[in-house]
Design a protein around this ligand. Sequence first.
Ligand SMILES: Nc1ncnc2c1ncn2[C@@H]1O[C@H](COP(=O)(O)OP(=O)(O)O)[C@@H](O)[C@H]1O
Ligand SMILES: [Mg+2]
Length: 316
Amino acid sequence: MKSTPTEVLRAENVFKLYPVKRDFFGKVKEWFGALNGISVEIRKGETLGLIGESGSGKSTLGKVLLDIENPTEGRVLFKGKDISTLKGKEYKNYRVNVQAVFQNPQSSLNPRMRIWEIVTEGLKINKILTKKRDLREKALELLERVGLNSETLDKYPHQLSGGQKQRVAIARAVALNPEVIVADEPTSALDVSVQAQVVNLFLELQRELGMAYLFITHSIPVVKAVSDRVAVMYKGYILEEGRTEDVLEDPKHPYTELLLSSVPGSKRTYPNVEELSINKGCPFYPRCYKRKNECLNYKVELKEIKNRKVACIYYQ
Ligand SMILES: Nc1ncnc2c1ncn2[C@@H]1O[C@H](COP(=O)(O)OP(=O)(O)O)[C@@H](O)[C@H]1O
Ligand SMILES: [Mg+2]
């Protein structure tokens, strides 16, 4: 029997609002909701895939979970504790255990540091290792683990290919043995030929080290390959969530249907819908083929149905 999965990191009813319009006195007149009440749970050793088109709030959610951005409302919990209340050792423990890999390794690696220094920086800062010899030895072990060799140790980022740089970023993320890695489109900036290799590396490392991933991607094939569960985001809302095979093989939300129909080579079709410019009720109303008048009074709420959660008036 599979044991009950334990929660490691959780967003609870998170809102992130950005000011978009100010009056003459600088007072905010209009807010934009990048996240509009998001709750997600990342479980020990599991991968939650986060999909949705560009601008849906995926990166913002990643940043809130990494404490790069503060939520306007709501909380982030690491092992049940609100991260905004963590201090000293406890906060450090959260930082060590929740690591990130971003889309563009070019901008996430310091161009003036050698690769061995980059991958061991966290170990040095946290005084886990201090001697240069030990750090270099550990760097080599980490680089080998991500498929690079000793020739990489003394190079600078610009001397590596995109795929190699992303491997370095991954080595740095695993260096402190984290419980969670938030990976934000980690393959999107890479050549198509190396994307699959990097996806496989994530899978291998998870098998060996047992970390949980929040894997953000707009690619359905990638999310299918890596995730145990998926959450579908649209305009700052999660509209559907469930086990990967359930959601991808039998989507319940019309937006998920639309996303799946746009995968190259997909047999799914999505009806042509006249797009409206209405900003009321269900956020997907303007593009939905099932829309009806009641949807204009619908307030997004994820409801639990048989094997997933859906936020749609048809599944109330
Ligand atoms: N600092 C910011 N100020 C204003 N708007 C922002 C800011 N960061 C993100 N946004 C807006 O929030 C929305 C979600 O952005 P993002 O989380 O990057 O989406 P995704 O990663 O899904 O493409 C976008 O419309 C974006 O323009
Ligand atoms: Mg993004």
